[in-house]
Design a protein around this ligand. Structure first.
Ligand code: ADP
Ligand code: NA
Length: 344
């Protein structure tokens, strides 16, 4: 029977970048190779999370479709997994409310994401002057919705980056609190850590590659053309130390390029192994290898993406509708257990 139920989500906030791909999405694709009779996969475009920061409606509408097209383009197979928009399944929000009735405000207030989204320091508290007015309830309670996303599908495994581990810990806390009050009905999820380095910004390799970084040259999008990839990599910030070596503290730019090379290396060599192998190359030669590796690693994604968005919408519409139906069925099973346990 089923031994693993995997849940993972991505916000519809533009075309994914290389960091999203290497750190999360590639693993989503690889998990599809697991035996379907033992591993069930839920992949969600979490639009309700995206609105914790105000979104112009036209942009959200476009980004939702672009996110779906991106996932299909990288090889997410809607026959193999349940691929859906979070807001198509109202039970995510319903379970969130229920979990919020046993969740601790103290615990949420110590979490760091709401602080970083408001550009506050990690030591800021709810009591600090001005925070209460700026901080919207949805941004503060976001981790409760994330817990509901996971628990509603009875996920046993959640692939998350290092930055999300705190949230998974909180999801386990939500399950514990609910189970303590109403009986052991919710499943405790485990973390699946992706086996890769964080991809760093190309223009500022001390910080991670992110869609919130202002400079577009700082990131490679999975739909970039070979020309754009070459141009961004060739202008990536490196250093003037001769030769190639791996040390992410003293040589963050070069090390990031080696990490990217390692991500796409057909022989699965580590970044340090690659550094030894190519120790005599110049930065320019290394960059050429890195561009070629990215271009062949992402080959086909761009064409499939534009084909999906360019043609009529019927295929994407069908994927959306099928995914919503399957996800609603899964969520309804948990909700009937939850409601029964609570006397509703
Ligand atoms: P962003 O920082 O661009 O807003 P998200 O926070 O939406 O990206 O992250 C979506 C997923 O991609 C998460 O699982 C996250 O851990 C992963 N991820 C994001 N940026 C990187 C990166 N630079 N390197 C590796 N993984 C990343
Ligand atoms: Na982020």
């Amino acid at each position: 029977g089923l031994s693993r139920v995997v849940f993972s989500g991505i916000q519809p906030t533009g075309v994914p970048h290389l960091g999203n791909y290497a750190g999360a999405l590639r693993q989503w694709v690889n998990l599809q190779r697991d035996e379907p009779s033992t591993t069930k996969l839920f992949y969600s475009i979490v639009d309700l999370h995206a609105i914790t920061i105000p979104q112009p409606p036209d942009q959200l509408r476009r980004w939702r479709r672009e996110a779906l097209a991106s996932l299909l383009a990288i090889g997410i197979d809607p026959e193999r997994c349940v691929l859906f928009h979070q807001s198509s399944v109202p039970a995510h929000s319903e379970l969130m409310w229920i979990l919020s009735c046993t969740a601790s405000v103290g615990y949420l207030s110590r979490m760091t994401q709401w602080k970083s989204k408001l550009n506050l320091s990690a030591s800021s508290t709810l009591e600090d002057k001005g925070v209460g007015g700026q901080l919207k309830l949805g941004l503060f309670s976001y981790p409760v919705l994330q817990a509901a996303d996971i628990l509603i599908h009875r996920a046993t495994h959640v692939p998350v980056g290092h930055d999300q581990q705190q949230h998974l810990e909180f999801a386990r806390e939500c399950a514990t609190n609910f189970n303590h009050a109403y009986g052991k009905h919710l499943v405790h999820p485990q973390t699946l850590i992706p086996p890769v380095h964080r991809v760093m910004s190309l223009t500022d390799p001390a910080s991670k590659m992110s869609k919130s970084h202002k400079a577009e040259r700082s990131r490679i999008l999975i739909t970039d053309s070979p020309k754009e990839i070459k141009s961004k990599i060739s202008s990536a910030l490196t250093d003037s130390i001769p030769g190639i070596s791996y040390d992410s503290t003293t040589r963050p730019g070069i090390s990031n390029l080696l990490d990217i090379l390692s991500i796409f290396d057909s022989q699965s060599r580590s970044s340090s192994e690659l550094a030894k192998e190519y120790s005599d190359l110049s930065p320019r030669q290394l960059k050429e290898m890195v561009s070629d590796a990215i271009i062949s690693g992402l080959d086909g994604i761009r064409d499939r993406y534009f084909e999906l968005l360019g043609s009529d919408n019927s295929y994407i519409d069908k994927v959306e509708a099928d995914g919503a139906r399957k996800a609603r069925e899964s969520a309804a099973e948990t909700m009937s257990i939850v409601r029964e346990a609570m006397g509703m």
